[in-house]
Ligand binder design. Structure first.
Ligand code: NDP
Length: 286
C-alpha cells in the first residue's frame, strides 16, 4: 500500500519558511512584498482562486493588491493596468488569473508582465530560463510537485519519469524540472500511441491531463511514485484527480491524494516566488 504524500503538510512547511523569511526581510529592508492579482470577469472558480491567493498573502505578511475587472474590460485597458503595475515599486509580483475572456489575447497579456514580476513564470523570457536551468522563478505547480517528490526522500536522478500532459503551464515545465534533476523523461499527450506502455515504464509518474481515472492500476509499475495533478469532478460532483486513487495506491510506493496533494503546493510556491521577486527588487538576489 502506497504512503500518502501529504500536500497540506509539505505546503504548510513551505508557507511557514516563507513567512519567517518575510519577517526577516521586512526587518532588514523595510520593504513589504506585494502581490497584485488581476481577475477579469466573474468565473466562479477563478474568484475562489483569487480569494485564496489574497488570504495566503495576508498570512505571509505580504501586501495584496486585488484588481477585479468586469468581463467587458478591453485588452487595451488590461494592458494599461499591467503597465502601471510594472512601474509600481510596491508591487513585486503580478498575476493575471487565467483563463481570460475570449476577446483578450492571453499571450499579449502574459508578455506584457515584466519578467521580474512574472511570479507565474509564464513570460517567454522566464520559460527560456527554465530550459537553460538559469531561473529565478519556476511555474508554481511543477515547482510544488518537485517539493512533493523531494519530501519522499526518493532521488529523481537516473529514474524513468513519465509526464502525461504537455501544457505550457504544467506538463512541459514539469518534464524540464525532472530532467534538470537527471531523470530520464518521457512526455505523453493525446496522440501517444501506447499510453499504458509508456506509463508502465515510469518510476515517477506525473499525470496532468484533466480526465478522471485516466490512469488505472494496470498502467502503473509496482513501487512507482505517482503524482496526480488533475482536478476533475466525478459523477457525484466530488473533486478527483486523473488517477484511480483507490486501486493505484495498492501498487504505488508513494501517491498524492486529490484534494490535499498538488493543489496546496501551487499557492505555497506562488508565495515563495513573490518573496523572491521582492528580494530581487531590493538587490538581495541578482
Ligand atoms: P491542458 O488541458 O492544457 O492539457 C492537458 C494535456 O493532457 C494535453 O497536453 C493533452 O494532450 C493531454 N491529454 C488529453 N487527453 C489525453 C489522453 N487521453 N491521454 C494522454 N494525454 C492526454 O491542462 P493543464 O495542463 O492546464 O491541466 C491539467 C490538469 O491539471 C487539469 O485537470 C487541471 O485542472 C489540473 N491543474 C491542477 C493544478 C493544481 O494546482 N493542482 C494547477 C494546474 C492544473 P494534447 O496536447 O495532445 O492535447
Amino acid at each position: 500500500m502506497a504512503a500518502l504524500i501529504n500536500g497540506k503538510e509539505v505546503s504548510a512547511k513551505v508557507r511557514e519558511s516563507v513567512r519567517l523569511e518575510t519577517e526577516e526581510f521586512k526587518k532588514r529592508t523595510g520593504v513589504t512584498p506585494g502581490l497584485a492579482v488581476i481577475l477579469v470577469g466573474d468565473d466562479p472558480a477563478s474568484k475562489i482562486y483569487v480569494g485564496n491567493k489574497k488570504k495566503a498573502c495576508l498570512e505571509e505578511g505580504f501586501n495584496s493588491f486585488e484588481h477585479i475587472l468586469p468581463e467587458s474590460t478591453t485588452e487595451t485597458e488590461l494592458l494599461e493596468l499591467i503597465k502601471k503595475l510594472n512601474a509600481d515599486p510596491a508591487v513585486h509580483g503580478i498575476l493575471c488569473q487565467l483563463p481570460l475572456p475570449k476577446h483578450i489575447n492571453e499571450r499579449a497579456v502574459i508578455e506584457a508582465i515584466s519578467p521580474e514580476k512574472d511570479v507565474d513564470a509564464f513570460h517567454p523570457q522566464n520559460v527560456g530560463r527554465i530550459m537553460t536551468g538559469n531561473y529565478k522563478f519556476l511555474p508554481c505547480t511543477p515547482a510544488g510537485i518537485m517539493e512533493l517528490i523531494h519530501s519522499t526522500g526518493i532521488s529523481v536522478s537516473g529514474k524513468r519519469c513519465t509526464v502525461v500532459g504537455r501544457s505550457n503551464i504544467v506538463g512541459k515545465p514539469m518534464a524540464m524540472l525532472l530532467l534538470h534533476e537527471n531523470g530520464t523523461v518521457n512526455i505523453c499527450h493525446s496522440k501517444t500511441a501506447d499510453l499504458k506502455a509508456e506509463c508502465l515504464r515510469a518510476d515517477i509518474l506525473v499525470a496532468a491531463v484533466g480526465k478522471a481515472k485516466l490512469i488505472t492500476e494496470d498502467m502503473v509499475k509496482e513501487g512507482a511514485v505517482v503524482i496526480d495533478v488533475g482536478m476533475n469532478r466525478n459523477e457525484q460532483g466530488k473533486l478527483c484527480g486523473d488517477v484511480d486513487f483507490e486501486n493505484v495506491s495498492k501498487k504505488a510506493s508513494f501517491i498524492t491524494p486529490v484534494p490535499g496533494g498538488v493543489g496546496p503546493m501551487t499557492i505555497a510556491m506562488l508565495m515563495r516566488n513573490t518573496l523572491t521577486a521582492a528580494k530581487t527588487a531590493a538587490g538581495e538576489i541578482s
